[in-house]
Design a protein around this ligand. Structure first.
Ligand SMILES: NC(=O)c1ccc[n+]([C@@H]2O[C@H](COP(=O)([O-])OP(=O)(O)OC[C@H]3O[C@@H](n4cnc5c(N)ncnc54)[C@H](O)[C@@H]3O)[C@@H](O)[C@H]2O)c1
Ligand SMILES: O=c1ccn([C@@H]2O[C@H](COP(=O)(O)OP(=O)(O)O[C@H]3O[C@H](CO)[C@@H](O)[C@H](O)[C@H]3O)[C@@H](O)[C@H]2O)c(=O)[nH]1
Length: 440
């Protein structure tokens, strides 16, 4: 099938590459010429494990190409995936300007039946807006070309995006037009391993399903974070509590890790957008308001611990910080807790030496030539003259650190572990003063 994917970010590029990998002819469009140039030259604008290889393979096979030409893109695929960003607007609602611009470009140039697939995370009712925008552009040029609009939200996680796309738990498709349903069934047939993963529903339910999933996951995390803070005061260990409740299949093991807050490009913005959708329709989603508020508090928990240990005024203090990305295996720092932690340390007069396996370039872009922030090529090199080590992202390479180096190179052996990577008893036995999240 000829497929167009609009937007070559984390979702668009992964979707385009995976759809090409199962034999489709995919054209990826982006309005950012710099991104397309990188892709055309064989590079990858983002860090996502396995993505480079799959892109390279499909470009070489002639199944995957890139363009900034909106007309070519609209005329290419019978399915047109919209996978552009939907960042929060000032009022918290999802800003649909990129989605609508993409839809208009399709309407301006399409010359045959098209299935327009909303893959971006968009509020309920967006398919109607996309349909109206396309219809308006067609009407302007007197075209009666037919089209369908389908909702097909994406559930991939950064860092595991290829695996998630290739072996999805479910593929949600909101569609009403039988021709569009059949096309989506054909397109996704190669991704259905041993059972049917396609869940067909009406468009509005599909749009809401995406927000429901993210809001539920964010709720679990905020619940565990609040409980961790309570556990700490009560002298209980949240890690043991996690093990105690996760074994109940009604609760399950996933997404129960307390930490220094959830970040990324999805949970914060999607929780906000769902709250906003609720209020627009007369529903005060109190639970989600609390989820969001608890997460804001949680992003400050590590600095609160640092202040309790070193005092409110951190002038002259220097901290080693491991992990800048919002989670491991990505260079994404959108809404990353590290950003809040670093700013809060600066505010109190401290300086920071940071290490991250892949996100340091992104941090340089965000912080510019900030003199209070330096970067090290290795985790150990951040430790020299630092008052304490602060761990913000649970990269695998931090799992078995060199405790001797931590003890000898820090001014005093103090560790703040924002992801509960270590057993407090073992770290303390090493002679390191240890502060985790909710560890009794
Ligand atoms: N990142 C994730 O893990 C993830 C997972 C599931 C769903 N989503 C959702 O998918 C959507 C995309 O997210 P992302 O992280 O891939 O975004 P991103 O910011 O990484 O990429 C979006 C891309 O779209 C391009 N773009 C914007 N307007 C365009 C237009 N009119 N035509 C062509 N290209 C255009 C931008 O230049 C950019 O390259 C969002 O709605 C997001 O909520 C993201
Ligand atoms: O037990 C947990 C699990 C995650 N997190 C944090 O939660 C955030 C989000 O993590 P994760 O969900 O793994 O990453 P994303 O790539 O943001 O993926 C989420 O958001 C995507 C975009 O909508 C969805 O497609 C995915 O299904 C959904 O998991 C990160 O800051 C994690 O550190 C915790 O604090 N505790």
């Amino acid at each position: 099938m000829k497929v167009t994917v609009i937007g070559t970010g984390y979702v668009g590029l992964v979707s385009g590459a995976c759809l090409a990998d199962v034999g489709n002819d995919v054209l990826c469009l982006d309005v950012d010429p710099a991104k397309i140039k990188i892709l055309e030259e064989g590079g990858i604008p983002i860090h996502e494990p396995g993505l480079h290889e799959i892109v390279r393979r499909n470009v070489e096979a002639g199944r995957l190409s890139f363009t900034t030409d909106v007309e070519k893109a609209a005329k290419w695929g019978v399915t047109q995936f919209i996978a552009v960003g939907t960042p929060p607007d000032e009022d918290g609602s999802a800003d649909l300007k990129y989605v609508i611009a993409a839809a208009r470009n399709i309407g301006k140039h399409m010359d045959a039946y098209r299935v327009i697939v909303d893959k971006s995370t968009v509020p309920v009712g967006t398919a109607d807006k996309v349909r109206a925008a396309v219809a308006e552009e067609l009407a302007k040029r007197g075209s009666t070309t037919e089209f369908s609009v389908v909702s097909n939200p994406e559930f991939l996680k950064e860092g595991a995006a290829i695996e998630d796309f290739m072996r999805p738990d479910r593929i949600v498709v909101g569609a009403e037009d039988p021709q569009a349903i059949e096309l989506m069934r054909q397109l996704y047939a190669p991704f259905q391993r041993n059972h049917d993963r396609l869940v067909f529903m009406d468009v509005r339910s599909a749009e809401l399903t995406k927000y429901a999933a993210n809001a539920m996951l964010a709720t679990r995390i905020s619940f565990m974070n609040e409980l961790a803070n309570l556990a700490e005061t009560l002298g209980a260990d949240i890690e043991l509590v996690r093990q105690g409740i996760g074994s109940d299949p009604r609760i399950g093991w996933h997404f129960l890790y307390a930490g220094c807050g959830y970040g990324g490009s999805c949970f914060p913005k999607d929780v906000k957008a769902l709250i906003r959708t609720g209020s627009e329709h007369g529903h005060d989603l109190k639970l989600l308001g609390a989820v969001e508020a608890a997460n804001e508090i949680q992003k400050h928990v590590l600095v609160d611990k640092i202040v309790r240990r070193f005092g409110e005024d951190l002038t002259g203090r220097h901290f080693a910080l491991w992990g800048l990305a919002f989670k491991p295996n990505t260079d994404d720092m959108r809404d990353a807790p590290s950003r809040v932690i670093i700013q809060e340390l600066f505010k109190r007069g401290a300086t920071v030496a940071a290490y991250d396996p892949v996100a340091m370039q992104e941090a340089e872009r965000i912080f510019g030539d900030e003199p209070r922030l330096s970067y090290a090529g290795r985790p150990k090199s951040t430790l020299d003259n630092a008052d304490a080590l602060v761990i913000v992202t649970e990269w695998k390479e931090f799992r078995s650190p060199d405790f001797e180096a931590i003890k000898s190179r820090l001014k005093q052996p103090v560790m703040f572990d924002g992801r509960n990577m270590y057993d407090p008893a073992l770290i303390r036995a090493e002679g390191i003063e240890y502060f985790g999240i909710g560890r009794g």
